[in-house]
Design a binder for this molecule. Sequence first.
Ligand code: PEP
Ligand code: MN
Length: 311
Amino acid sequence: MHGVTRTVVGAVGDELTHQTLENLVNQFPQAVESVMPIQKRFKLVSREAHPANSTVTLRDRGIVVGGRKIQIMAGPCSVESERQLLATAEAVKAAGATILRGGAFKPRTSPYEFQGLGVRGLKLLAKARKETGLAIITELLSEDHADLVGECADIIQIGARNAQNFQLLIAAARTGKPVLLKRGPSMRIEEWLLAGEYVLSSDNPNLLFCERGIRTVETYTRNTLDLSTIPIIKKESHCPIVIDPSQGCGRAELVMAMCKGAVAMGADGLLIEVHPNPAEALSDGAQQLNLEDFARLMSELKPFIAAVGRE
Ligand code: PEP
Ligand code: MN
């Protein structure tokens, strides 16, 4: 992990005794400043391992997540058609988003609900990427599709339902693309950090945590969006954190307020569902913003972004 003043090398595997570690430093006095055993169960994702914030750079896109600029990832829940995707892509780009979201493989609760366009959806995302220059984030559902999704995506999304599917996490990490790891609906923060550890320990340093709400007693909202994860992840980890208020609330009218709160609390990015005609969406219609409301959200967010000294 490269920082401004030092490079941290994380050694994982069988634990060594402190004495063995000391011997290691003594062998390479010019190269190794110090050796530090990390007591936490999560090691490479921990702030102890890497005191500075880490940033995730999207290759060939010039987009940095975790830097001064708050990155907005926006687009439909599901890729439905060329027209729907391109209209959304143009609109979110014009409003200031840098990354286009859209599910090609959808993890639906019922097998009778729209499952996504699959490979055809990936091709449409590739087309939108080429035509607009937006980077792409899309979900990986199966290890079998890792190469396919890895080719098309600038960021691979691991969905809430798969947040502890460790073989899938390893397969995503091995594509070499940045991985956005959603928090599972019933996951504790330590479990989430440990799931992230699977990515970093698979030789992929480019991990984003994404809070999308957890299941609680509340039914007014689809999930309970836990914004306390922002300061907690910032304290425990160096990895950037993204907030998804769309799955988080399940209601379009709450998205604006949750985005303002997330920005004020230090989120590094927002993942927002946007659809040209939410009433006719094939998935998650109630929580998707229409194009006008998204543009309004982006302009209303500006003073909040400026207030925290970000762009
Ligand atoms: C989504 O982003 O559309 C999605 C399915 O998210 P989650 O995995 O958080 O439910
Ligand atoms: Mn969705």
